[in-house]
Structures are given as C-alpha cells and as structure tokens.
Design a binder for this molecule. Structure first.
Ligand code: GLV
Length: 377
C-alpha cells in the first residue's frame, strides 16, 4: 500500500540497483547536512487551530509568473533516466498532469530535445557554469529553442562534494554490469531490461557535444574536468545577459549571497544545500530560510529544497517564507517505484497532506500561511 513518500522510497529500493538508489538517497561525506535537512524540518511543530472555516482550501499559486496548482515543483536531478527508462520525460509529464513545474537537469539522461518532443507543457532547464562557456551558450540556445519557461543556474557545484556511496557502490555512467553488481542487477530484471540494456543510458545533453569527455565514467570526473571552479558573480551576470526569460539561481544558503543573487538579476532563488550533497557541515536549509527571505525583502521569489518528504514539510517551508518547495530525492524515489504514475502519486500524496495541514492549522489558502502556523521553540 502506497500512502507516503517513504512507501515509494521503500519500493524504489526493491526496484532499482543499490548504486542507483544510493545516488539519490545519499549525501556528501558523513551526510550530516543531509540528515539535518530532515531533522530540522521534523523539529518544527505546528500550532493546531480549530473552529475556523476551512471548507474551501486553495493551494493554487504561481512560480516566476506561471500558474501552479500547488506550491511544489520538481527539482533538477542528474540521472533521472537511470531510475526509470525515459525518467525525465515521465517526470515532466507527471508534473504537467498535476499542474506543477518540472526542471530538467543538464546531467539528465533524456536530452532537452527528447523531453521537448515527448511533452506538451513548457519545462524549466537547469545548467551549471562550464569551463567551455561556448557550451553554456549552446545549452541556453537549446533551452530557448525548446521554449523552456525558465533557466535555473546552479551556483553550488563549482567543485563536487564527495558522495562516498557512489565509489563504494561502483556507480558509473553509463551503468555497467560487473561481477560485483551482478546479483543486485539480476534480481531487478525489469530495470536491467529497460535501463541497463535500454536505448538511453548516458548524459543525453552532453555526450558527443563537448570535447575531452571520452573515457569519463563518474560524476566526479565529469564535474572535475568540465565544471568551472573559477566561476563568479560576473559569470552569473553573463548568463543573465544571454537568457531573456526567467532566471532562477539555485544553491543559495547565505543572506549575503541572496542579496548578490538579487543584484545579479534573479527572478527567483532556491535556498538549497544541494540535498546535503555538497558542503557537509553546512546548515539545514530550513534553519536559514527565514533570514534569507528577510534579506531578499520581496525583490525576487524564494524557493526552497532540502528534506521535503511530505505536505507537512512544504507547509513548514511556506511558514518560514518560501513561495514553494522543490523535491529531488522524493521525485527520484517515486519515479523508480512506479514511473509516471509513481511521480503523480507522490505529488497527490503531498497535495492531500498539505491540504489537511492547512485545514488543521486554520489556514484557508497558501497565501495566508505564515510563521503564525508554527509554535515557537
Ligand atoms: C548533481 O547535481 C548531483 O547532485 O548529483
């Protein structure tokens, strides 16, 4: 019985090999920051209120000018197409069916063009600053040609935090059948048939398009050789000047950086520690959200990710000032568990949880959520 995102996570564990599951489930180094994301959300309590008319609850909102049925979006995640064949296409379709935004990652398996050709609704596209700035320009042009409705620039992956589960599990891209993973893979024949021996198994946006990538097999090698460790705010302004549409800056964890992001022309920022996958020892996102919202002072939208597993978590992020929350890990678990239907299920579970949470905190719509729905520690 699937009643929660955790149920989908358990199912995902049974459906896909350990190395793929752990890529989503894990974080950097000792995973302290990853655990803090969830622990600090859990530590917040709601103020239950009664006898308020909550017969008409509205979850409708908008992100960077486009309507959304609820304050939730799908974060860009690398490798989604290894969690389920055509994973990015299925994720985009599920999001569209549920009326929420989907963000495609540069490190996706299906390319921008694959997703465009297989979907109707516009999606967001994420990119990093690469050493080959011509390739950034190419991605911007491809995103524009695909009519992507926003560009999301990731700021917190100039160097990669060590995700220790990946080398321990022998994760490679494309995935390979080895003596070490043979039993693991053989006991997941559907995955093996559709993904391991399927048609799309590597980075659809990258392979064959940037030089010096032959022989690269791990995410760490990709980032170390291709991502620009010298990138700075002038480069963000460069992207701003090249992309005429909405620009979302992801990976802000400090009030000062939030101000710099606003100055660089962001339409939205995402308060994020990359799901605890980068700086281990960084604060949880929920613990810094309010100070960042204050620093931004309404000059751009503030989105949130890190540890969102339920509608209750979304409500807590809204209470501390986020306009909406993004899901990365929760999305990948749902996708691995049951493809497009799994992602729709995760979104609908969260929608119902959020609706009930609003009702029981005496709140009629998402715009009325504020710090008053939380008890002060
Ligand atoms: C990519 O951005 C990752 O966190 O693996």
């Amino acid at each position: 019985m699937i009643l929660s995102v955790e149920d989908l996570r358990e199912l995902a564990k049974r459906r896909i090999p350990r190395a793929i599951f752990d890529y989503a489930d894990g974080g950097a180094y000792e995973e302290r920051t990853m655990r803090r994301n969830s622990a600090d959300l859990d530590a917040l309590s709601f103020r239950q209120r009664v006898m308020v008319d909550v017969s008409n609850i509205s979850l409708a909102t908008s992100f960077v000018g486009a309507a959304a049925s609820m304050p939730l979006g799908i974060a860009p995640t690398g490798l989604a197409g290894l969690f389920h064949a055509d994973g990015e296409i299925l994720g985009a379709r599920a999001a569209a069916a549920c009326g929420i935004p989907f963000c495609l990652s540069t490190m996706s398996i299906c390319s921008i063009e694959d997703v465009r050709a297989a979907t109707q609704q516009p999606f967001w596209f994420q990119q990093y600053l690469m050493k080959d700035r011509g390739f950034n320009q190419e991605l911007i042009d491809r995103a524009a040609a695909a009519q992507c409705s926003a560009l999301m620039l990731t700021l917190d992956l100039q160097v990669i935090g060590e995700r220790r589960r990946d080398p321990r599990n022998g994760l490679t891209i494309p995935p390979r059948l080895t003596l070490r993973n043979a039993v693991d893979v053989a006991s997941r024949p559907t995955w093996a048939l559709r993904v391991l021996f399927g048609k799309r198994r590597t980075f659809g946006n990258l392979v064959g398009r940037i030089g010096g990538t032959s022989g690269i097999r791990t995410l760490a090698e990709w980032t170390n050789t291709q991502f620009d460790a010298s990138a700075n705010w002038r480069d963000v302004e460069w992207v701003r000047s090249r992309w005429p549409g909405k620009l979302i800056l992801k990976g802000v964890l400090d009030a000062e950086d939030a101000r710099l992001g606003v100055a660089a022309g962001a339409d939205a920022i995402v308060v994020s520690n990359h799901g605890g996958r980068q700086l281990d020892g960084a604060p949880s996102t929920i613990s810094v959200l309010q100070e960042i919202v204050d620093a931004v002072g309404g000059r751009c939208e503030v989105l949130f990710d890190g540890g969102i597993r339920s509608g209750q978590d979304i409500a807590k992020a809204l209470a501390l000032g986020a306009r909406g929350a993004l899901i990365g890990k929760s999305f990948l678990f749902a996708l691995a568990a049951a493809g497009e239907a799994g992602v729709r299920k995760a979104i609908e579970i969260m929608r119902n949880e959020l609706r009930v949470t609003l009702a029981l905190t005496g709140t009629a719509n998402v715009g009325a959520v504020g710090p008053h729905i939380l008890r002060r520690p």
